[in-house]
Design a protein around this ligand. Structure first.
Ligand code: SAH
Length: 225
């Protein structure tokens, strides 16, 4: 998967792609992340990228010209399965959406700033509008990093068996069961006995029960009950 991110502040999200699983995915050649500095497409000597909102009111708006030039430059080079605009009014990002997008080959993510981007960019170049939750961030970069991370870890070969995505929360509409590691007793706190029994079917059953109980308790909405 190739992910292109168009941003006014690419330095804000360089580090999430230079560590851990996401970095390993790139080293293994399973994912590529390219950051594009929108400022380079700014207009005139001052590389202007924003302007006043027509109709007045507080807050600047990202101008269409730099976005068109940058995005069209990219779409001329390859076909994108999704040209995403990160926006609080988009569809809320969730695991089923991440699963559906995980086999995309090319994904372009546009990060907004200020009051957002000129609507004409959204109307003509954007294919998907995604929000990462009902709150407002100062820019789309962190949202882009969240989306990219969630997609990259689903690419086959990125996670090894121990970290398999299939046992994580939201797969099967369930939260994950509790997990424990050594020591079996710490400050008098004991690990549930079943986990040290070696009885694999019983452990699997315990985990399934715990996952269901936790989901009922914390997120009954996932069960549609
Ligand atoms: N005026 C806009 C908010 C702009 S916030 C509104 O009220 O809808 C500035 C930028 O941050 C947005 O253009 C978007 O790219 C990003 N952003 C803010 N909150 C976000 C969220 N919940 N999910 C995804 N992107 C978000």
């Amino acid at each position: 998967m190739r992910i292109d991110i168009v941003s006014l502040l690419p330095e804000l999200i360089r580090s999430p792609f230079e560590a851990s699983i996401v970095k390993r995915a790139q080293t293994k050649g399973l994912a590529e992340v390219h950051l594009h500095d929108l400022r380079e497409f700014g207009i005139g000597k001052h590389k202007q990228v924003d302007d006043y909102a027509f109709g007045g009111g507080a807050g600047m708006v990202m101008k269409p010209e730099p976005l068109f030039e940058c995005i069209e430059g990219l779409t001329a080079q390859r076909t994108y399965d999704a040209v995403i605009y990160t926006s609080p009014d988009g569809k809320t990002f969730d695991q089923p959406m991440a699963n559906r997008m995980s086999d995309y080959r090319n994904v372009l993510i546009v990060c907004g700033h200020y009051k957002g981007i000129d609507q004409r960019v959204r109307d003509t170049l954007i294919t998907h509008e995604i929000s990462i939750g009902d709150y407002v961030l100062s820019g789309g970069e962190l949202a882009a990093a969240v989306i990219a991370d969630a997609l990259i870890r689903l690419i086959p070969g990125v996670l090894n068996d121990e970290t398999s995505a299939l046992t994580d929360s939201f797969q099967d509409n369930l939260l994950a069961p509790p997990v424990y590691t050594r020591p079996a007793e710490f400050r008098g706190l004991k690990v549930p006995e079943i986990l040290t029994s070696g009885n694999t079917p019983a452990i699997e059953q315990w985990r399934a029960d715990q996952a269901l109980a936790r989901t009922r308790d914390r997120r009954p909405d996932l069960l549609g009950e």
